[in-house]
Design a binder for this molecule. Structure first.
Ligand code: SAH
Ligand code: SF4
Ligand code: F3S
Length: 437
């Protein structure tokens, strides 16, 4: 009988892509995808720990499998990713949820197949988290995001923003060989992928951990030498290293989308300093100005946080002012979450929950107002949508324009993977509704 897997993913694109690699490892061992946990022989949770609620979600959903596991003891449950990579996390998880069979971390994901074998030979739970390791083979990924493909250009992070757990659970920066990245992208375009998203925690420091012969803007230009029509995106850019050379590449390479995700976090210089972000609000806005000068019409998105330790109403107002000045087409907004082991967790002046709640509501309102305003300007225009999928609920096809806006339209044929011109008739939030022209 065929064995089946089901993978549950939390967190960022990095994790989404790593789940594709886990799927690849399982498929090489003869497993195929199940539609739900109930139909699977192995369920893998690929977790995140960026904020407390990400961990709570995972704990809740793993805990919910207890009954299923009791009725079907042969079911294998594995938990890996950033949450389990934290110090002492594997033991904590095992204590709370002893029915979990395998716990692994970010550094030994490549060994997942071996861990399955090892577990088969022992009855007790297998806790295997390592401090170092290597990356899984890139070509093992079983991709499920056509027409987009995720491509890692680097792993890890060296920045140690004081609130952030990522450097602790992902290790130091490791850049991939440019030739390997170029070959992977070429292969994906040969297969028909129409959008490539390059991944790294701070893509601007590509090639600074060791000499790989080129920097990030040069890598982008090399990728764009391929004359085919496709879209090239990247994330994430840390503002401290965001410079003119990159902006010029965005301006000059037609495949590079005119959309930059540039997480500002805060508009208060005092808070930015405490966060160890290494830029001021003014420097941030100067970079935005440069971007808009070189790349007219470029969309800008961001990550913003409220409630960092000691944040005052005055500091928070600076963030609102930054939102106003930067004119984001969209932004992810977060309430600061205390992550044990980080510098900020030990800081005095943790901000009370009610204050955070009130600030996040005001921030979301400010960002949404901007998003709406910019969307309204789309009415009557024609945009090029790369069709990604069908929205069954709406009965419409969906996809994004170059600037990251989701567009919906009707079509008789299946246009997934095609570039489609859509005239916008209506807008709502960051979404556009129109008809194919
Ligand atoms: N490497 C990326 C960010 C990865 S994490 C960068 O530097 O831009 C994505 C976002 O999560 C961050 O930009 C930040 O806004 C948010 N984040 C990170 N740690 C957090 C924490 N402890 N509490 C709340 N939000 C956090
Ligand atoms: Fe976290 Fe900062 Fe690294 Fe981004 S750059 S992953 S926010 S430490
Ligand atoms: Fe990503 Fe969450 Fe890990 S945001 S890097 S999956 S902590």
């Amino acid at each position: 009988m065929e064995k089946k897997y089901f993978i549950v993913t939390y967190g960022c694109q990095m994790n989404v892509h790593e789940s594709e690699k886990l799927a690849g490892i399982l498929r090489r061992r003869g497993y195929t995808a199940a539609a739900c946990a109930e139909e699977a022989d192995v369920v893998v949770f690929n977790t995140c720990c960026i904020r407390e609620n990400a961990e709570n979600h995972a704990y809740g959903n793993i805990g919910a499998l207890k009954k299923l596991k009791r009725s079907r003891p042969g079911l294998l449950i594995a938990v890996g990713g950033c949450m389990t990579q934290q110090e002492g996390a594997a033991e904590r998880l095992h204590k709370k949820l002893p029915f979990v069979d395998i716990v692994f971390g970010t550094h030994n994901l490549y060994k997942f197949g071996e861990l399955l074998d090892k577990k088969a030979g022992q009855k007790k739970a297998l806790l295997s988290v390592e401090e170092q390791g290597r990356e899984p083979e890139e070509d093992i990924a079983f991709r499920t995001s056509y027409p987009n493909a995720w491509v890692n250009i680097m792993y890890g992070c060296n920045n140690f923003c004081t609130y952030c757990i990522v450097p602790y659970v992902r290790g130091r920066e490791r850049s991939r060989d440019p030739e390997a990245v170029l070959a992977e992208v070429r292969g994906l375009l040969d297969e028909g992928y129409k959008e490539i998203t390059l991944l790294g925690q701070n893509v601007n420091s590509y090639g600074t951990d060791r000499d790989v012969g080129m920097n990030f803007p040069q890598l982008l230009r090399r990728i764009c030498e391929d004359g085919r029509k496709f879209r090239l995106r990247f994330m994430t850019s840390n503002p401290k290293d965001f410079g003119e050379e990159l902006v010029r590449a965005v301006a000059e390479c037609p495949q590079l989308c005119r959309l930059v995700h540039l997480p500002a976090q805060s508009g208060s210089d005092r808070i930015l300093r405490l966060m160890n972000r290494k830029y001021t609000a003014e420097e941030y806005l100067k970079k935005v100005e440069m971007l808009r000068k070189y790349v007219p019409g470029c969309a800008l998105t961001s990550d913003l946080m409220v409630g960092f330790p000691t944040e005052t109403e005055e500091d928070f107002r600076r963030t609102l002012e930054l939102v106003e000045a930067a004119s984001f087409s969209a932004a992810f907004t977060f309430v600061y979450s205390r992550r044990s082991g980080t510098k900020a967790a030990a800081m005095d002046g943790q901000v009370p929950e009610e204050v955070c709640k009130e600030r996040i509501m005001r921030l979301v309102e400010a960002v949404n107002a901007q998003t709406r305003r910019l969307s309204e300007g789309y009415a009557g225009k024609t945009v090029e949508i790369l069709c990604e999928d069908r929205d069954e609920k709406r009965g419409l096809w969906m996809g994004r324009d170059e600037f990251g806006r989701m567009g919906y339209f009707a079509d008789e044929a299946d246009p997934v993977g095609q570039f489609v011109n859509v005239r916008v008739k209506d807008t709502s939030g960051i979404s556009l509704f129109g008809e194919r022209v």
